[in-house]
Design a protein around this ligand. Structure first.
Ligand code: C5P
Length: 228
């Protein structure tokens, strides 16, 4: 890459347009309170602490006002756009609304407690020239692959669980998403890989857990209490 990225602003897309049915509750998952503050507010604050300068938050249709209220205390400028039927489509809509900046992070609103060190590491790796960067953690459980009625144990030493924020050179993310339209991938690194870009792994953190079920919210509450 010929660009000098050392002074580039870092912009982020926070995807928050999922239904969150597994968590239950009356309000959309991303605005559920964690220690009295909406998940999306935690996520944006974590990105800002790590060096993100502006954020696009992708939300479900009709929820703009709810999210605007949840973001009222955000430490960086934000804009809201309406998401799509899949996570990939929601990211694509976020890309279309991105402010200027050659380094782009994509983060799940459902990972409110990502540590500042992880955000910084992802940004630094992109600044250093990596086209696509993902935070990962080793598997702690024994893993089995099921096939029909049977199952086989898998060697977990070579497996990693992938987290967010994922970081990208802007032109890489933009062109890879355009090329991937119509084919579904579960994350943006896979989208970039499909276009031939190499994906760099950096250490993630257990604290960057994705809030999916009520149990996860209880764990997150405990993490927040431990940080105080
Ligand atoms: O469904 P999953 O847990 O993989 O979602 C990860 C993130 O993607 C969540 O933050 C969710 O709000 C977001 N998402 C989205 N648009 C969708 C589906 C998921 O923004 N259509």
């Amino acid at each position: 890459m010929s660009q000098n990225l050392s002074t580039e602003p870092v912009v982020a897309i926070v995807v928050a347009a999922g239904s969150g049915v597994r968590l239950g509750g009356e309000v959309p998952k991303a605005v559920r309170p964690l220690a009295g503050r909406p998940l999306v507010s935690w996520s944006v604050a974590a990105l800002a602490a790590g060096g993100v300068t502006e954020v696009v938050v992708v939300v479900g249709d009709g929820l703009q006002d709810v999210f605007a209220e949840a973001l009222a205390d955000a430490p960086i400028p934000w804009r809201i756009v309406i998401g799509g039927a899949t996570r990939q489509e929601s990211v694509a809509r976020g890309i279309a609304a991105l402010p200027p900046g050659e380094i782009v992070l994509v983060h799940d609103a459902a990972r409110p407690l990502v540590p500042v060190e992880v955000v910084r590491a992802v940004i630094e790796a992109v600044r250093s020239g990596a086209p696509a960067v993902i935070p990962v953690v080793p598997m702690s459980d024994t893993i089995r692959q099921v096939a029909g009625a049977g199952s086989v144990v898998v060697d977990r030493s070579g497996l990693r669980a992938v987290q967010t924020p994922q970081g990208f050179a802007r032109d890489v993310l933009v062109s890879a998403h355009a090329a991937a339209a119509g084919r579904e991938y579960t994350d943006d690194a896979a989208v970039c890989e499909a276009s031939g870009y190499e994906v760099l792994l950096v250490p993630g953190s257990r604290e960057a857990l994705k809030i999916t079920e009520p149990y996860d919210l209880a764990v997150a509450e405990a993490i927040v209490a431990g940080r105080r």
